[in-house]
Design a binder for this molecule. Structure first.
Ligand SMILES: Cc1cc2nc3c(=O)[nH]c(=O)nc-3n(C[C@H](O)[C@H](O)[C@H](O)COP(=O)(O)O)c2cc1C
Length: 142
């Protein structure tokens, strides 16, 4: 398989709500299962951050759709390319609302001043994968 990954961030144009997030998750889980895509989405303040991986053509097709979505703006792919293996093989679309971990706490910044562009993309990936791991252990403990 021609495995690729992408990491992007965007700004939500809608306030955080369970309805919005469930709508995104339901469609993503369905499409991503069909397209053999896996990934994790995080929302914090107005930001969405998503790591997504899978077959190259399907991945870039999904990214094009996501980029056109009018529920967010400032869609910016910060890193993408070939991947040797999946980092999130078990997640058609992991998401937890509110996040188990959040960047503001980890980076010790106040919520209003969080600026995703100042964070190393590698750290963002580690953060998303850790969140997925935390979600899994929480689910296992429940
Ligand atoms: C922050 C965000 C993340 C999204 N992630 C995905 C995703 O991983 N996969 C996906 O298919 N759609 C995702 N969507 C939804 C797409 O933008 C689009 O609405 C959807 O793919 C359309 O699917 P449909 O043609 O089956 O209705 C996301 C939307 C937002 C706002």
């Amino acid at each position: 398989m021609d495995l690729h990954y992408a990491l992007y961030h965007s700004k939500s144009l809608e306030p955080a709500s369970a309805t919005l997030h469930n709508d995104i998750l339901q469609v993503s889980a369905r499409n991503n299962a069909r397209d053999h895509l896996t990934g994790f989405l995080h929302r914090e303040a107005d930001y969405f951050i998503q790591y997504i991986e899978g077959p190259k053509t399907r991945l870039y097709g999904a990214l094009a759709r996501i980029g056109r979505d009018t529920r967010h703006s400032n869609f910016e792919v910060i890193q993408n390319g070939p991947a040797e293996k999946r980092l999130l093989p078990d997640w058609t679309m992991g998401f937890v609302d509110p996040g188990l971990l959040n960047l503001s706490d980890l980076l010790d910044v106040s919520h209003g001043r969080l600026d995703i562009r100042t964070i190393d993309p590698f750290d963002l990936v580690i953060f998303l994968v850790s969140n997925a791991g935390a979600l899994r252990s929480g689910a296992a403990a429940a």
